[in-house]
Design a protein around this ligand. Sequence first.
Ligand code: HAM
Length: 500
Amino acid sequence: MSKKFLEEYLYAPHGFRDYEPATYRLIKKIISTMEEIPLKYGYELYDGPIVERRILYEVKSGGEIVGEVFEVKGKSKEKLVLRPEMTPTLGRLIARMDQELVKPVRWATISRYFRDETPQRGRVKEFWQLNVDIIGLDSAYADAEVITILHDILIELGLKKTEFQIYVNDRRILEAVLKKLGITNIDEVYPILDKKDKLLQEELKKQLGKAGLKEKEIELLSLKFRKFDKYKEDILSQYKGNKEILKISKDLNQIRKNAFVRFLVEKGINESNAEKLFDISEIHGPLKEALFELEKYVSEFGVEHSVFEHIKELEEYLESFGVIDTIILDASIVRGFAYYTGIIFEAFDSESLIPRALAGGGRYDNLVSVLGGPQIPATGFGMGETVILEILKEKNRLQGVSIGIPEIGIRPLNRNTMKKAHEIAQILRKSGKHVLFMPPKGKLGKTIEHFAKRGVRYLVIVGEKDLEKQAVTIKDLETGEQEQIAIKELERYLNEIIKN
Ligand code: HAM
């Protein structure tokens, strides 16, 4: 075997990850926190198979996801895939179990999903995703509840309220706008709205290429241009002397508009309508104020006020639940899946340059009926672990995650004290401690080194002399201090020092 092959062979396939303990510990912490919050809201846990029928996504998800599934070769004739998302499986379960379920159903699940996407920061081919959904509650309260759960998860994971934003919109408003403008090819228009920032970034990359920058710099700068409000000063001071970049900064709004309008015109939308859609897509801001602006703009060409009812009700709930300060209306949000029918939302970190959402979801009132069940309202969201992991690492917020780090080590001094030492270990484990045991092999110093490297703070040394006095020696591996403690006092003593 060639050296190159061996080197590659030592790593997971491209876009997949090995989860060595130092990383897995952080992922585990994130996914247990993500699961904890919906449980507090009274959700039940469920799951489905990792392998699903391809047709479920062909008919139900729409968008790019069908082209991103990993196919599974089995003996059956059915076309099977590794599931790229949970919602169609959930819809199938509800359609089948409808009669026996206590409604509204509040279900949550956390598991691994697979998408054959181009890997980049925050995007991988295999990821964990939490899904939180309410089925059978036809009220904006349901949307408000799942959005509040998402808010609580982000806070619990260590983000401050000012560090993330949940962007909301309502597809019913967009649909009414398109109808009034006489636009019928919604399936072609939605992806352009969904990719608005990405289209701008692609356009900028082309223009930055002409400014003589290297590929990596172009990528970073185009990401900063996507968040121009935040990075304006940064860009202007770094590229003071670069005329091309200063011109791009000056013309940014026009470049944004041109990129968007051009794509719509290519799809047969007339220029005046494309410009209106651009103006609408630019409306964003605190929910109440931006909604007012949007309603005023679209009512001018005859969109009924009634399409705003649902999102206004949502606004009232979010206000009274104390989360409104993190909510932004962004009239360009549509989301990529075909099944969404109403309120849609996406959470983003406000500082990071990762272009990927922390979470996304929305209302999908027709999915269950399309799958053969009754017409039943549904709403929910999915949140991956990959983007939040990157962000928490970037912000240095994952210190002190102790999963898999034992606080206590036990070492009998020789084989005669093995039994007693093991007994002590079991007592401490039963009382909830994490205890690492090393047999009396080799030098004590070497064992101490091993314990220290594994993060153990307190070492219980079990020797014959101590045992004669019904005692053991405890060594603090951080300070080097040690003292003799009666075995019957050990648990209380350790509780005390570990607490401090
Ligand atoms: P989604 O927007 O495709 O929605 O995914 C939700 C979240 O999963 C994303 O915001 C991101 O955190 C994570 N995610 C998705 N793809 C990747 C990837 N390739 N690498 C890392 N993380 C990823 C859905 O999946 C909907 N089914 C959510 C939903 C539930 N809607 C209603 N209920």
